[in-house]
Design a protein around this ligand. Structure first.
Ligand SMILES: [Zn+2]
Length: 496
């Protein structure tokens, strides 16, 4: 009998385990941290029952519950089944908190807040990232003893697989999960830490294209991670090892965003909303957002609101219930159905008023929605700022288009600029310096990255940041009211 500090050591049989830093540890056991997963799910249900706002529930899940699993996933032999079950439960809860129907694309849950998602990581993904990161940390450990033990164990496992002494290139081919030639043969190797890292690399490699690499020239190990949506790649080397986990997680999030963007129906609005953080400013803390807006905006962005035109199956009436237009879709209701023209005007004016209020007196006299005196043009630009002293005219026209892919959004801007070009030429011929700007705020709250109106109107940087958010929330609020009025027939905005 051994004793440590006067206490007898308890011998464990095969299959028995003890909890070491939250991970079941022992010989021939399943290392799945079932207790931790169970605890997380139990607390997630408590969150669901709580009186927190939906965005607070998502934040709490992300900040307090999910990180609990992070450590225990490192290096333990985790089976995927309980993780997948936990992912399913969490997915249902987040869908509920975002008021998404079951047919909505689940990618939105795993995408970052900045791009318009809930930023919840999938446990399955976390497990793969943890396996790869931990293996890389061991192989590039600053302590030479740890590094040598890790290298020898990896060499052993690889040799068992390919049946000969492995070269450095063989080691990275093995770790990348290759099944080609000798790497595909059944070497009878047992499940080990290294085989789990290999499987995780293969799974993740298929999705995001990451792989282990060996640089003969620098005699060092690396992991190559391609950049999603842009050209090129990043190679994580031993000197940048601390960045590996974050890079892998970011790339996975981008991969979900890319998948959603490619969806022909649900990706249309997301293609535009994901481009600029200001459009999704309310996701973290629900700023300037009513509960009603929150219930509307996510399903609207994924085109999952119940409308006649959205029903794909069976023969049913797809006409607009208010004006009889052949197809009742969200773009029709928010930007095409003339029944709501008064509300569109209000939406437009809400955005316009924000800008008018912020204009500094140095820009000169301001006229709103009126033709320019002395010109024969019938155009009535939304805002015209004339400074007679410096002979400068600034024309701003506001438009609220529907977010139907980036191309349509940019077209709306070009059309506006084209419309005012003759008027600008007339003014220029009189010696004025003329600038024409189109202020585009999408009906579902997209702030167009090309909008440089606020800078041109000399709004301070801090105030501009705030105003972008307010304008985005204005657009969403009005669009929600227009939609609800369309469905219910009840006036939503009489008191404003
Ligand atoms: Zn209509």
């Amino acid at each position: 009998m051994f004793s440590v500090q006067g206490q007898p050591m308890i011998p464990l049989e095969e299959g028995q385990f003890y909890q070491h830093l939250g991970t079941p540890t022992g010989v021939q056991i399943q290392g799945t941290p079932e207790d931790t997963i169970f605890g997380i799910l139990k607390d997630a249900e408590r969150l669901d029952d709580s009186l927190l706002a939906p965005w607070q529930k998502i934040d709490a899940l992300n900040t307090f519950l999910i990180p609990r699993i992070n450590f225990t996933l490192r290096g333990s032999a985790v089976t995927k089944v309980p993780l997948n079950k936990a992912d399913k439960t969490i997915r249902h809860l987040v869908q509920k908190w975002m008021y998404l129907p079951t047919r909505a694309a689940t990618d939105i849950i795993y995408i970052s807040n900045r791009q318009g998602g809930a930023n919840i990581p999938r446990m399955g993904d976390l497990c793969d990232v943890a396996s790869i990161t931990h293996a890389f940390r061991l192989l590039t450990c600053l302590d030479p003893r740890v590094r040598t033990v890790a290298e020898n164990a990896l060499r052993d496992t690889t040799r068992r697989r390919i049946g000969r002494a492995p070269t450095a290139q063989d080691l990275v081919t093995y770790l990348s999960g290759s099944l080609e030639g000798e790497f595909g043969r059944d070497g009878g190797d047992l499940s080990s830490f290294w085989s789990r890292a290999r499987n995780a690399s293969r799974r993740l490699g298929k999705r995001i294209g990451c792989r282990w690499v060996w640089s003969e020239e620098r005699r060092e190990l690396g992991i190559l991670i391609p950049r999603i949506a842009t050209e090129g790649h990043t190679i994580v080397t031993p000197s940048t090892r601390t960045l590996l986990e974050r890079l892998l997680k970011n790339t996975i999030r981008h991969q979900y965003a890319e998948a959603l963007r490619k969806k022909p129906d649900q990706g249309k609005v997301f293609d535009v909303t994901s481009c600029w953080g200001a459009c999704n400013h309310f996701l973290r803390a629900g700023n300037f957002t009513r509960f009603a807006d929150w219930r509307f905006i996510h399903r609207a962005c994924l085109n999952c609101v119940p409308l006649n035109g959205a029903v794909c199956h069976g023969i049913c009436d797809k006409r607009c219930r208010r004006c009889g237009y052949p197809l009742e879709t969200l773009p029709h209701v928010l930007c095409g159905c003339m029944v709501h023209s008064a509300a569109w005007q209000c939406r437009h004016n809400a955005i316009q008023d924000r800008l008018v209020k912020a204009l500094p007196p140095t820009l000169g006299s301001v006229t709103v929605d009126s033709s320019i005196p002395g010109t024969d043009s019938l155009l009535r630009p939304d805002i015209v700022m004339t400074n007679e002293w410096s002979k400068k005219v600034l024309i701003v026209d506001i438009t609220v288009p529907f977010e139907n892919r980036m191309v349509a959004f940019c077209d709306a801007q070009a059309k506006k600029l084209q419309k005012y070009a003759p008027l600008a030429d007339t003014l220029r011929s009189r010696g004025y310096l003329v600038e024409v700007h189109a202020l585009l705020v999408g009906a579902l709250g997209v702030w167009d990255p090309l909008n440089d109106v606020l800078e041109a109107c000399e709004v301070s940087r801090y105030y501009a940041r705030m105003m972008r958010r307010l304008m985005v929330s204005d657009a969403i609020r009005w669009s929600r009211d227009i939609y609800i009025e369309h469905i219910t027939g009840h006036r939503q905005y009489s008191d404003r």
